[in-house]
Structure formats: structure tokens, C-alpha cells
Design a protein around this ligand. Structure first.
Ligand code: ZN
Length: 601
């Protein structure tokens, strides 16, 4: 087998960024949106009528337009990623974004009209075959609508948020762009941007140098601490005011609703994690010995462990493909078959060449019912894991492909279920296939350090953000207090196990300053352990079959997270058992690590 490392975009729209077919499609969709807005405007349902034929047509048209925009967006964005200098592709992408904005204005009106149906009409509607599968998302739309103020008031808030919430986010981005960090290279002082410096810090192999870099990093950000505290105070203040206007009693309502989960589930997850942190103490001690420091510093936790002389296994692209397909097969032949198709039909852009965007992602082509995966494959084990991860995302889209659009919109906390699952299958296989103890130790360490990120680093972010919102309700929180809150949160989350912390993390971490959703942290931890728990179940319970896994994925946007786990795994996420099971496997990893490294200290 000889797979090509470049993706096929020609079959979507021929001609690259200059594609005429793409331009033609763009203007067709523009016209469709105009027609759709008339159709929607003209639709009025008498409260005694139970004829939903027009609404059905409206939803079908909405879906058609939305799918077209998805297809065009993936195409345009793909071309931009594969060649960051492609100006035409950038223009195409902006054109799609504009149409998306137009459609989302129509979406607001559509939601209002769906919500205006009487209870009686709504239950009649759900008796029809077309609407029945959409029960949950439609109900959710109606529920959310009830939480809103009048159209006029919501419009005012949205307008003000452009110069409020959005404005402070812009300010944050500008401040970050103004960060310049002095670095001495060949006896000369050069200045690094925040992103460049962060890369340097994370790839520094000498622990002493790492610690020094962290100090410089902290000091640089501290110089602008007051400015960053102003932006963070206004971002959180804007949200709190918005919640108060809506009469939301708890600032957790929005992030929890967004993730379709209950607070009890979230609390149980963190409680169980907290009770399972003790083994990390031994792991941290051993890791400190292996890298030659007394106690791990903030950056050492995720630094790599290299014992003895060895080289990590390298993979050619074809080897990686075969390895992934073979390992998927042992869990799910259907997943393996889709992966095989993805390699064969060139769904993947993997070539290692200049001019590509960094990072990796998977994007959906709703019309072709395929995906496109973007990454740069250079042959490392972590590249193989990334490839498997993105193929997991593709598989998630693949099993949802024939469902109504509304039933494909899963939330952030379950968005990583299939990807983490696929990644676990493959990264565990790479650990088993390690050719030496030293290599195995290195790979196992990567896995445990990742668990530490979810259990501690992200826990610290969550604790900090809760404390920030609690104190912000009483007034502004100054930059000294923010540093205190962050250091306290980190000490609590890491159970005082580290030598150094990162008090300016609230300023350096972008996630605290985004405008989309607040608490951009716990869904990561939830997603990882939810997937790990499912993976362990499938490993141990032989009665669970691939179709059960697929059925679970298919329901990810059709019920609450608690119902999803109850229906497909027969577990109550509000109780610790499921979480404990997932965490037991982390303990096993740590035990194995301690055993393997014994002879190296
Ligand atoms: Zn992902």
C-alpha cells in the first residue's frame, strides 16, 4: 500500500482557491439565504393549526444551506491551512464567514418561531416522523428561549457586547501582541513574541534553564499585570451583569447548560479526581530523580524523560497508516474501514513542507459526507497519535452523517469522546510496541503527564475561575489578588507537590479571556475521563460491541450528558463509580512507570 500524503480538494471544488465552481456555489447560496429569509418571514402559524408542512420545508432548507456553508468553509479553510500565503483562499473563507453571519441572524428568528408554538402544537409536532428525532434539540431551543429577555432587550445587549465583552477581548489580544521577551543569543539581545517564547520554554531540555525561562516569562507578564487585570475584570464583570439581567442565580448556569450537564456531575468528577491524586506524589518524586532535580518545577511536569541511550521509533506515513488501521480493527472494524477509506481517498493533508499552518484539526464535509484532516506528519510517535486523534473526530462525524443537522451539534464536553478514544487505542499500542524499556518509559511518561494536565493543571484553572467569579461578584479583583488566587489554586490542585508555580497564568492563558463560553476548562477534563472510562469499559466488558459504541456516539447531540451515559453505559455520572474506574487506569500507568524506572535511580 502506498498512500499519498496530500489531500484531495479537487473532488470538492476543482481549481483550488481560484475555483469557478466555488464562486458559482457561493452566489447560489447567497441567493438561497435571501429566499430563505423571505420564506421564514412569511411563515406564520395560527395557534389552532397543526399543519407543519411549511416548517418542515423551512428546516430542510435551513439544513441545506447550513451544509453548503459547512462544505465551502472546510474547503476554503483547508486551502488557507495548507498554504498560509494563499490570499484568494483567505478571501473565500471570509466570504463564507459573511454568509454564516447572515444565516445565524435567520437562525435567531427561526428559534423564536419554534419557541412560539404552543405546548399543544409542539407535542403534535413531535408525533410526526420528520420532527420526532429532533425532540431533544428542539426542546432545548424552546427552553433556552424562555431564559431570554425580550427581543429588543437581547438586541441591545448584543449590540453593547461588541464594544463591551468583545472589546475587552480585542484589548487582551493587543496586549498579548505587545509582549516582547528579551533573549540572549550569541551575546546579543533579541526579542521573542509570547508564542515564540512559550515554544522555547517548553522545548528547553535543561531543567535549570527551564526554571530561568519561567522566571523571565513571569516577570515580563507581571510588568503589564494591571492592564491584564483590567481586561479580565471587565470580561468577567460583563458576564456577571449579563447573568443578573437574565436573572440567572448562578454563574455556572451558562457553562453547564452549554455542556448539557448538571453541577452534581461536575462536582462528583472533581471530588473523585481529588481523591485520586495521592499516587502522583510518587510519580513526581521519581520524575524529579530521573531528570535530576530535587523537586519538579511548574514546567518539569510535562518535560520529557529520557533514560539511557535509545532512539524513539520513527514511522513512515505508510507504516503509521497500517499501524492505525490494524489497531482500530481490534476495537471496531467499522472505524478501521473508515480510516482505510480516509487514507485511500486522500482525506488527509499530512505532508511535511514549509508554508503550512501549525497544529492539526479535522473538519467535516457535510455534503460529501466525508472529512478532511489537516496535520504535519514528520514520523514521530506523537504524530501517529495525532493522526489517530483526528481520525477519531472523522469517525464521529461519519456515524452522525445521516442524522438531522440539529442532532449533530454535540457540545464541547463530548466533542473529544471519539478522538480521545481513537488516540488511546493507538497510543497504548505504541507503548506496547516499544522496542526498549527506555522508550517505553518515555511514552508512558507522556501519557501520565497528560493525565496530570487534566487532573491538576486544568483543575487549577477551574478552581481559579470559580474563585475569580466569587470575588468579582463583590467588586473588582486587583492584579496582586489575581496572582494570589492563581498560586493558591495551583497549590491546591497540585497538592503542594511542586517547587515552583505560575502565578501570572491567568494572564498568559488565552482561555480565560475568550468570549465564546466561560469556564473553558472543565469540558477538557470531562471529555478525557469520559472517553477513558468508555475505553476501559470496552476493554473489560466483552458484551459491549462496536455497535454499542457507535450508538453512543450517534446520541451525543440528542440528549443530556447524564442521559447519554445512563442509556449507553448504564452508569450514573453523578456517582463516583464511573470516574473511579477511569482513574484506576491512571494508577496502573503510574505503577508501571514506577516499576520500570526503579533501576534507573
Ligand atoms: Zn480533538
Amino acid at each position: 500500500m502506498n498512500y499519498k500524503e496530500k489531500w484531495d480538494m479537487e473532488s470538492i471544488f476543482p481549481g483550488g482557491s481560484g475555483s469557478e465552481a466555488f464562486q458559482k456555489r457561493l452566489s447560489e447560496v447567497r441567493d438561497s439565504i435571501t429566499a430563505f429569509s423571505h420564506e421564514l418571514d412569511n411563515w406564520e402559524l395560527d395557534e389552532h393549526s397543526n399543519d407543519f408542512t411549511s416548517l418542515k420545508g423551512i428546516l430542510q432548507n435551513y439544513e441545506k444551506i447550513s451544509n453548503a456553508l459547512g462544505e465551502m468553509g472546510s474547503f476554503a479553510n483547508g486551502l488557507v491551512s495548507a498554504d498560509v500565503t494563499d490570499q484568494k483562499a483567505m478571501q473565500n473563507l471570509n466570504a463564507v464567514a459573511n454568509l454564516r453571519k447572515d444565516l445565524s441572524s435567520q437562525n435567531i428568528i427561526l428559534n423564536k418561531k419554534i419557541s412560539a408554538l404552543t405546548e399543544d402544537q409542539f407535542s403534535k409536532l413531535l408525533e410526526e416522523d420528520f420532527f420526532k428525532p429532533m425532540h431533544f434539540p428542539l426542546e432545548e431551543i424552546r427552553q433556552k428561549e424562555k431564559d431570554l429577555l425580550s427581543t429588543q432587550e437581547e438586541t441591545i445587549i448584543n449590540h453593547l457586547s461588541l464594544d463591551g465583552l468583545q472589546g475587552w477581548n480585542n484589548m487582551y489580544n493587543q496586549l498579548v501582541a505587545s509582549i516582547q521577551i528579551p533573549v540572549t543569543e550569541d551575546n546579543e539581545t533579541v526579542y521573542y513574541s509570547a508564542g515564540q517564547f512559550e515554544n522555547k520554554m517548553k522545548s528547553e531540555e535543561n531543567p535549570k534553564h527551564r526554571e530561568k525561562l519561567l522566571k523571565t516569562w513571569e516577570e515580563t507578564w507581571k510588568k503589564k499585570a494591571d492592564l491584564f487585570s483590567t481586561t479580565l475584570n471587565h470580561l468577567s464583570g460583563f458576564r456577571l451583569n449579563d447573568y443578573e439581567l437574565h436573572d440567572y442565580k448562578d454563574y455556572m448556569k451558562v457553562p453547564l447548560d452549554y455542556n448539557r450537564m448538571e453541577e452534581e456531575t461536575l462536582d462528583t468528577m472533581w471530588d473523585t479526581i481529588t481523591k485520586n491524586k495521592a499516587p502522583f506524589k510518587k510519580y513526581f518524586e521519581r520524575k524529579a530523580q530521573l531528570i535530576g532535580v530535587d523537586q519538579l518545577g511548574w514546567l518539569d511536569v510535562t518535560a520529557s524523560v529520557d533514560v539511557g541511550d535509545y532512539t524513539n521509533k520513527r514511522y513512515t506515513y505508510n507504516e503509521a497508516a497500517t499501524f492505525i488501521i490494524d489497531n482500530f480493527k481490534s476495537f471496531s472494524p467499522k472505524m478501521a474501514e473508515m480510516a482505510h477509506r480516509a487514507f485511500e481517498e486522500q482525506w488527509i493533508e499530512a505532508e511535511d513542507r514549509p508554508g503550512k499552518r501549525p497544529g492539526g484539526y479535522c473538519s467535516n464535509l457535510p455534503e460529501s459526507k466525508q472529512s478532511r484532516i489537516f496535520m504535519t506528519f514528520a514520523g514521530s510517535t506523537s504524530n501517529v497519535s495525532t493522526l489517530a486523534h483526528e481520525l477519531g473526530h472523522a469517525f464521529h462525524s461519519y456515524v452522525l452523517r445521516d442524522l438531522p443537522l440539529f442532532n449533530q451539534r454535540y457540545a464541547m464536553n463530548v466533542a473529544e469522546t471519539a478522538s480521545t478514544f481513537a488516540e488511546l487505542v493507538v497510543s497504548n499500542a505504541t507503548i506496547e510496541n516499544a522496542r526498549s524499556n527506555a522508550e517505553k518509559i518515555n511514552l508512558l511518561d507522556v501519557k501520565i503527564a497528560r493525565s496530570a494536565t487534566f487532573m491538576m493543571n486544568i483543575h487549577a484553572r477551574y478552581i481559579f475561575e470559580r474563585n475569580l467569579y466569587n470575588e468579582r461578584q463583590q467588586g473588582t479583583v486587583d492584579s496582586n489578588r489575581l496572582q494570589e488566587l492563581m498560586e493558591e489554586a495551583q497549590k491546591e490542585a497540585y497538592q503542594d507537590a511542586l517547587r515552583s508555580y505560575h502565578p501570572m497564568f491567568w494572564a498568559t492563558k488565552l482561555h480565560f479571556h475568550i468570549t465564546g463560553v466561560p469556564f473553558y476548562n472543565f469540558p477538557y477534563t470531562f471529555g478525557y475521563f469520559f472517553s477513558l472510562g468508555i475505553y476501559n469499559r470496552f476493554l473489560e466488558d466483552e458484551t459491549l460491541l462496536e455497535d454499542d459504541y457507535i450508538a453512543l456516539l450517534r446520541d451525543t447531540a440528542s440528549m443530556t450528558t447524564e442521559d447519554l451515559a445512563e442509556k449507553h453505559l448504564n452508569v450514573d455520572l453523578r456517582k463516583p463509580d464511573f470516574w473511579q474506574e477511569a482513574l484506576d487506569s491512571v494508577h496502573k500507568d503510574i505503577e508501571e512507570f514506577l516499576e520500570l524506572t526503579e533501576s534507573y535511580v
